[in-house]
Design a binder for this molecule. Sequence first.
Ligand SMILES: Cc1ncc(COP(=O)(O)O)c(C=O)c1O
Length: 377
Amino acid sequence: MKKYYLLTPGPTPIPPEVALKEAMPILHHRTSEFGQIFKDTAEGLKYVFCTQQEVYILAGSGTAAMETAVVNFLSAGDEIIVASCGIFGDRWKNIAKAYGVKVIDVSVPYGEAVKPEEIEKALKENPNVKAVFTTFTETSTGVANDIKAIGKIVAGFKAILVVDAVSGLGGQEFLTDAWEVDVVVSGSQKGFMLAPGLAFITVSKKAWELAEKSTLPKFYFDLKKYKKSYLTDETPFTPPVTLIVSLNQAIKMIQSEGLENMWAQYALLAKATRAAMQGLGLELFAKVPCEVVTSVKVDESIGSKIVKLLRDNYGVSIAGGQGAMKGKIIRFAHMGYIGKADLLVGISCLEMALTQLGVNVKCGAGIGIAEEVLLKG
Ligand SMILES: Cc1ncc(COP(=O)(O)O)c(C=O)c1O
């Protein structure tokens, strides 16, 4: 019998209390009973996003919220700045291109963090820019971007700031209002400790003003419909009721743990993981590492083999590299319902897998360092 350990940067494992909620009888979505759950959940989302703005719930994955952010605020021919540092930042460019939006590209090589000063320069040089799109924690590389600094810059221009916080939210400090982020998108399957299928989006007053001028086609993802339904604790279309009921449970757990405590816990797990990898003689890929996923360079000849061996032999799922990074890096998640013991299992199995693949590592070298870091707290 195989036991599974999910250490991938989404989907992440979910707590049994959350999973059980998905097994509850289906509620009809136009009832006061569901309305109350929706209302509590929507309020709870404000806590996780650190915002006073409404957070809209969409049926879809994180990319659905990304596309929503493009079609609701822009028109064909508009100019936007995209500051990308990985596959998910590049997704902003691809969505924009699909809708005929012009991209001013201030991307950086994979592994680096985007440069706030480059965004400022581009905003000064291009006064017609409607929005700046970037990523909080770039899951494909393990890099964290300085959204606080970017927020301060963009607030001084008429452009809005749109941030993909699909993987970082809940896992690392992110203050939507205090950092002046106009639109934040996220998804259920990472820091929220939930199954995939829900996407979330916030909209500031400045962004709503821009929405008034947007002419890109939209129907299912037209945020005005969601804003109207929100007033009666509903969604415009049939919501995934079971996911919202389980989200309600997950948010209660996040609230009882406290966001700050969760951020501190993931920071500790990240520190232990990074130290363990370096202890094994492996090199970190991210120049500015985030707290939710650790990316590590590996020899291309064994990159994909490590992931497969860990999964097939040990039941441990980690992620490999995506796109141009395929085979060159491996990625360990420490977000959502992943704890110290899960991480130790992952590191220990990695040591064994590397040994099996002929890499000269000392079994116990990484795990010992991780234990020391975790013990110090
Ligand atoms: C930072 C980031 N943005 C966007 C996405 C895309 O989300 P989804 O796969 O849920 O559409 C992901 C998913 O891995 C992500 O990590």
